[in-house]
Design a protein around this ligand. Structure first.
Ligand SMILES: C[S@@+](CC[C@H](N)C(=O)[O-])C[C@H]1O[C@@H](n2cnc3c(N)ncnc32)[C@H](O)[C@@H]1O
Length: 281
């Protein structure tokens, strides 16, 4: 009787185990997809990467970046500091921090192609590059004295979460300094001027300002996913996480650039970058 019973139950038992394994595997795959594959990684797309590699900021490093003259003034003294760079790209800021006396610099980025270039052109003893999404990085407690980021946070959906994690990871009175694309620049989405029939720039469109979230921008001729956030979100997230804001800037091009490149004058018509610096209270 008992034997009959166990033989009868066997197919159901196998079916049950099979169902449980299937569900667990499905959950695992979904988790993997959410964490790794679902994040858009245009910088590893060969065409986009080649375009990005030809930009002045890629070829000439920090001197070729329009906002650098302002950003560098908002960085703290790096001497003796442990530094984390979120979305480090080619690693120019990692090199700068190390050359300014940091004791260690960790640069993290989602793109293998960007990191390969960083390791080639901006490797110095004390700098480590790691491939991981900012959202998936396991921010250790009290591990850094300075956290920087240049033009990466507009690729992230939830800025508040990042603020909390950075705050947790910073030492007491540590600095968080970063640049993002300005909310006026990201609001409408396409990120281009309105032109007249002759191709003259009429104005920069600002629309859907309060509607935060996903945008499909045209960057270097490629559709790129970005996330629009309001100025209030950037500022209040910092305050809510326990930071004291010590600097804010909407940088304009340097005078020399304005005088030598005529199109640069258009950069005065709307802000492109927002830079904030804050300290852990
Ligand atoms: C405009 S580039 C800036 C690179 C560098 N910080 C600089 O200013 O030269 C943006 C960088 O952010 C990285 N990035 C985008 N989304 C990311 C994410 N979710 N996690 C980590 N890095 C990301 C890209 O791979 C790219 O290297």
């Amino acid at each position: 009787m008992g034997l009959y019973h166990s033989i009868d139950a066997a197919p159901f038992l196998y079916y049950f185990i099979f169902a449980v394994v299937t569900v667990v595997m499905k959950l695992d795959i979904e988790l993997y997809l959410t964490k790794n594959v679902m994040k858009e990684n245009k910088y590893d797309n060969s065409h986009f990467f080649n375009q990005y590699s030809q930009m002045s900021r890629s070829v000439n490093g920090l001197q070729g970046a329009g906002e650098w003259h302002v950003l560098k003034k908002m960085f703290p003294d790096f001497k003796g500091k442990r530094v984390l760079d979120l979305g480090c790209g080619f690693g120019w800021h990692c090199r700068y921090a190390m050359e300014q006396g940091a004791i260690s610099v960790l640069g993290i980025d989602l793109s293998e192609k960007m990191l390969t270039e960083a390791r080639k052109i901006n490797s110095l003893p004390g700098i480590e590059y790691q491939r991981i999404a900012i959202e998936d990085f396991d921010f250790p407690a009290n591990a850094f004295d300075v956290v920087i980021s240049s033009l990466a946070f507009h690729y992230l959906e939830d800025f508040g979460k990042i603020c909390d994690k950075v705050h947790y990871s910073l030492s007491k009175a540590g600095t968080f300094a970063f640049s993002v694309e300005h909310p006026i620049f990201t609001a409408q989405g396409l990120q281009d001027w309105y032109y007249d029939e002759k191709g003259n720039r009429i104005h920069w469109p600002v629309d859907q300002y309060a509607n935060q979230g996903i945008r499909k921008a045209n960057f270097l001729g490629v559709e790129v996913t970005k996330y629009h956030k309001t100025l209030t979100t950037y500022i209040s997230s910092l305050i809510k996480s326990g930071f004291e804001i010590i600097g804010i800037s909407e940088p304009e091009p340097e005078k020399a650039l304005l005088e030598s490149i005529p199109e640069m004058k258009d950069e005065l018509r709307r802000p492109m970058f927002l830079i904030l610096s804050a300290t852990k209270k």
